[in-house]
Design a protein around this ligand. Structure first.
Ligand SMILES: O=C(O)C(=O)C[C@]1(C(=O)O)C=C[C@@H](O)C=C1
Length: 171
């Protein structure tokens, strides 16, 4: 959508929102990796690892770590919304269960780690636009509505996007 970008129609949070949606969609793979195993949805050790990396990388990039850690807490919460929703969907309807179980550590978490780096870059690129205020909030909602439409997200994933974008205007 370079044309839309040039016209400024997509708004400043198009890429940030796109990455948040990609992270939410990886939640489907995380759920598929865990479903039917003893691996719980909540993994506090991994969460701490993710958030410690975010804090350290933020400092390295010259950004205040706290707002970025808060942003990633929301990304993690959004992933859990998806995982819990899919677990209950799959418990109710076995025909929807995933046919393959991806390897969490080898296949899924490395992709989450790449997204962490990309998201941090986008948080940095949007620092000015994310200054709290009504202008930011309107743009955030605009980006959310656009992403829901573009990706044809179902109710579960729409709810997750809402959770993930809540702390956008807090730079
Ligand atoms: O890596 C996992 O096990 C995930 O479920 C992903 C994730 C995350 O969003 O980073 C979400 C919930 C867990 O508590 C830990 C991390």
């Amino acid at each position: 959508a370079p044309a839309a970008e040039h016209a400024g129609v997509a708004g400043p949070f198009r890429q940030l929102t796109e990455l948040a949606v990609q992270r939410i969609q990886l939640g489907d793979l995380v759920a598929a990796a865990k479903f039917g195993t003893t691996q719980p949805i909540d993994d506090p050790v991994r969460e701490k690892q993710v958030l410690d990396t975010v804090a350290a990388e933020s400092v390295r990039l010259g950004m205040a770590p706290e707002p970025n850690v808060r942003f990633f807490r929301a990304q993690i919460e959004a992933s859990k919304v998806v995982q819990r929703g899919l677990f209950s969907r799959w418990e109710r309807d076995p025909s929807q269960r995933p046919s393959r179980r991806p390897d969490l550590a080898r296949q899924v978490r490395p992709r989450l780690d790449r997204l962490t780096a990309q998201l941090l870059g986008e948080l940095r690129a949007t620092l000015e636009a994310r200054r709290p205020g009504v202008v930011c909030e309107v743009r955030r909602i605009q980006a959310e509505v656009t992403a829901v439409f573009v990706h044809r997200l179902d109710k579960l994933h729409r709810d997750a996007v809402t959770v993930s974008l809540r702390p956008v205007c807090a730079a």
